[in-house]
Ligand binder design. Structure first.
Ligand SMILES: NC(=O)c1ccc[n+]([C@@H]2O[C@H](COP(=O)([O-])OP(=O)(O)OC[C@H]3O[C@@H](n4cnc5c(N)ncnc54)[C@H](OP(=O)(O)O)[C@@H]3O)[C@@H](O)[C@H]2O)c1
Length: 269
């Protein structure tokens, strides 16, 4: 009996001593849920945040089966929630801060001739100010860790060098160009603290957002699992996330603030 107790305590101590911690935004579906799945399987402590955790059945089921997943409520556009979560985890080292949450925005409300300022503000708040403010709020937690990495999931939609036609979802494209600058500047600011930042294009990955991007309405995109894209084959979340985790793992300070494809190749700004 005593031997079992000592063994259990030793295993718990070893886990606490070596386990790394990742905080992920938008953890309840799509890329975020797969980040949670893969980091948990790697043995990391995962702080999986979402704006409506009580309804997130997939995330709740995953957390019930993995003791190393802790679910926290975080709407990335809610400044009080950001401050409260940063205060709650004050003193906790966070190895990787994964700014994943994002919105595409209703197409009709960003169509030329019907530009809607409320939607513009909402998309910018979630896709740009959220990651910037969360990076500020958690910079000390990341600086206190061994790994010291921050990532944001951006998109080639925000690449000025790649644009050929007016974007179908201009607010989304504008927000991703803006978050690239926000995080590049943050990378320069945090370099002296040893923090490296990745600005990622995850690839075209089969999630609700990609289905919206190819023209489905939000309701259709939610319903259309196994959607047939016809003209291209998207990545699975598993393929994209495993390569992004690997690329982030390899990231060094000299490449901090670079715009990176999920597989580590550099993307033009
Ligand atoms: N899939 C692709 O091909 C692709 C390509 C380029 C970039 N990206 C980027 O990848 C990231 C993840 O997207 P995805 O493809 O996984 O899309 P998704 O399935 O639509 O997931 C978006 C996630 O963001 C969350 N979210 C939205 N607003 C939020 C808020 N205010 N606070 C907290 N969470 C919020 C959503 O939560 P709710 O369920 O509460 O709405 C959901 O968990 C996004 O930043 C997106 O721009 C995706």
């Amino acid at each position: 009996m005593l031997r079992i107790l000592v063994l259990t305590l030793t295993v718990l101590w070893a886990h606490t001593a070596i386990a790394k911690t990742v905080l992920i935004t938008g953890s309840n579906r799509g890329l975020g849920l797969e980040f949670v799945t893969q980091y948990a399987a790697l043995g990391w402590d995962v702080i999986a945040t979402s704006r409506s955790p009580d309804d997130d059945e997939d995330l709740l089921t995953l957390a019930a089966a993995n003791a190393n997943i802790t679910i926290e409520k975080l709407d990335v556009a809610d400044l009080d929630e950001i401050a409260a979560l940063a205060a709650k985890y004050k003193g906790t080292a966070i190895d990787v801060l994964m700014n994943n949450a994002g919105v595409f925005g209703d197409r009709p409300r960003q169509a030329w001739g019907a530009l809607d300022r409320d939607l513009f503000r909402q998309v910018m708040d979630i896709n740009v100010f959220g990651p910037l403010k969360i990076s500020e709020a958690f910079a000390d937690h990341v600086a206190a860790s061994e790994t010291k990495k921050i990532a944001v999931i951006s998109s080639t939609a925000g690449s000025l060098a790649s644009i050929r036609n007016p974007p179908g979802a201009p607010y989304y494209a504008i927000s991703k160009a803006a978050v690239n600058m926000a995080m590049r500047g943050t990378a320069m600011r945090l370099k002296s603290r040893g923090i490296a930042i990745a600005i990622f294009m995850p690839g075209a990955v089969d999630t609700r957002m990609l289905r919206e991007a190819v023209g489905l309405t939000q309701a259709e995109a939610e319903a259309a699992t196994n959607y047939d894209y016809k003209r291209f084959k998207p990545l699975t979340t598993k393929e994209s996330i495993s390569q992004m985790i690997e690329t982030l793992d390899q990231l060094t300070l000299d490449r901090s603030g670079d715009f990176l494809n999920y597989d580590g190749r550099t993307i033009p700004w």
